[in-house]
Design a binder for this molecule. Structure first.
Ligand SMILES: NC(=O)c1ccc[n+]([C@@H]2O[C@H](COP(=O)([O-])OP(=O)(O)OC[C@H]3O[C@@H](n4cnc5c(N)ncnc54)[C@H](OP(=O)(O)O)[C@@H]3O)[C@@H](O)[C@H]2O)c1
Length: 328
């Protein structure tokens, strides 16, 4: 199966190529970058030297020959490619925010008009699997909403308030350097940002509504000096107190058949490079603390995108994604 990656010079694109090396049937045949057309992929992603001789191409939608295309491009760019690729019979997984929200919510949150809107399955497979199976297009969720939603989903019905507090690694911002990601500002430091206004809260609220929760949802992110990973502490305030045994049973039952969700103490480095989401919960009566850890570039982006491709194309859901994390 031929795979194209639009935006392959970025972090998520590079990670797609790395992970797909281990897929039983998918072969990356086209990688794009506008700035680096003609340049060998391994010049930008030296970790892939010896595994591929692909060169970057310009992202010309008419020239892309593939069965599946991943859009690993910024929001507003994906909407320029998605419809055209679909009309040529190419299945698409979009890693950007362009198709995650309802049109009016997207336009309000991102402050731009949507020029090619259509409704798409929201690809957290653990919650939306039946919509992703055989789909032609899946919108891959944001990294924060993935870890946060998986942490709180089992308690969605019981909560009146959910407060997500997340710590993220710097690769979440992509490979474009900025003052925020400049080493002296990040290294040996921890800093909050967008305390009440991060765009991803819209996805978190949408997911709680999908789960028929009436909980009010809040979110504050922090940047920590690691390259990869998101650790989310969800403070889940319940209508009625719940004992530790009962909460644990709820989580075990909810994720009983989920390969990628493990019930154990979340350690950022233990999920690094893998598609796993580690979760644990502790009860303080009517406050439950649920903590999750994911790799923002894998379960938070490229790994989950491949999980979705597998569902769309009829492969085993974990094909290409069985690698363990990298502790320490
Ligand atoms: N980083 C994460 O942890 C993470 C997690 C979840 C989701 N995402 C989402 O995944 C997408 C990619 O993220 P990233 O971190 O990999 O970003 P990145 O490192 O900045 O890479 C962006 C890629 O898109 C290409 N690109 C930019 N504008 C384009 C356009 N108009 N048309 C075609 N290609 C374009 C870039 O190459 P050229 O400019 O040379 O074409 C580059 O290859 C974003 O939407 C991001 O929000 C990222």
């Amino acid at each position: 199966m031929k795979v194209a990656i639009v935006g392959a010079s970025g972090y998520a694109g590079g990670e797609l190529v790395r992970l797909l090396l281990h897929h039983s049937a998918a072969k990356v045949t086209c990688v794009t970058s506008r700035k680096l057309a003609g340049t060998p992929l391994d010049q930008v992603h030296p970790q892939l030297k010896g595994f591929t001789d692909l060169k970057f191409e310009n992202p010309e939608t008419d020239a892309i020959e593939a069965d599946v295309a991943f859009l690993a491009v910024p929001h507003t760019a994906a909407m320029q490619y998605a419809g055209k690729l679909l009309s040529r019979g190419i299945k698409v997984v979009d890693l950007s925010a362009d198709y995650r929200l309802a049109k009016d919510v997207f336009e309000k949150v991102y402050g731009v008009p949507h020029t090619d809107y259509f409704k798409a399955p929201y690809g957290i497979p653990e919650l939306h699997r039946k919509d992703c199976i055989n789909a032609k297009f899946v919108s891959n969720p944001g990294c924060f909403p993935t870890g946060a939603t998986l942490a709180a989903a089992p308690l969605a019905h019981y909560a009146h308030t959910i407060i997500y507090d997340s710590k993220t690694g710097v690769s979440g911002a992509g490979d474009n350097p900025s003052a925020t990601t400049h080493y002296p500002n990040v290294g040996d430091n921890v800093g909050p940002y967008k305390l009440t206004t991060h765009r991803h809260v819209a996805e978190m609220r949408q997911e709680m509504a999908f789960l028929k929760s009436r909980a009010t949802v809040y979110f504050t992110p922090h940047l920590v000096p690691v390259n990869r990973g998101i650790l989310t502490t969800a403070h889940i305030l319940l209508n009625e107190p719940m004992e530790q045994k009962e909460v644990e049973k709820l989580y075990h039952d909810f994720y009983r058949n989920e390969y990628f969700v493990r019930y154990q103490k979340p350690i950022l480095a233990a999920v690094r490079g893998s598609n796993f989401c580690d979760i644990m919960v502790e009860s303080e009566g009517s406050r439950i603390v649920a903590v999750s850890a994911i790799d923002n570039l894998v379960k938070g982006a490229s790994g989950q995108a491949i999980q979705n491709m597998n569902l769309m194309c009829g492969f085993a859901e974990n094909d290409g994604l069985t690698g363990a994390g990298m502790l320490p």
